[in-house]
Design a protein around this ligand. Structure first.
Ligand SMILES: [Zn+2]
Length: 95
């Protein structure tokens, strides 16, 4: 039996947790839909074979593992993003 009591209700779809190891089709579709199938960095139209999904604020820097923190990027923005994250992470550890 299902109890209504104590059942957490997701109020904001952006707070939907995403998997640790891989993205579900639903998460991928939701992000692409939100971004109108365009890169979050440069607005280039994304093609399915070369789309990268990154956390805008990485978990190691305190970012939530949720849909709202996820961004779809083209390969070139993904590279820039990763470079920035690596630098941020280095700064983070030096504190
Ligand atoms: Zn881009």
């Amino acid at each position: 039996m299902t109890s209504w009591q104590g059942t957490p209700v997701a109020v904001n779809p952006d707070d939907t947790p995403i998997g640790d190891a891989y993205l579900t089709h639903e998460a991928v579709r939701a992000v692409l839909e939100r971004q109108d199938n365009r890169c979050a960095g440069c607005s280039a139209v994304l093609d399915a074979g070369s789309t990268y999904f990154d956390l805008r604020l990485p978990v190691i820097c305190g970012g939530p593992h949720t849909l709202g923190n996820l961004a779809a990027l083209c390969p070139s923005c993904h590279r820039n993003h990763m470079r920035r994250i690596r630098k941020q992470f280095a700064d983070h550890r030096n504190k």
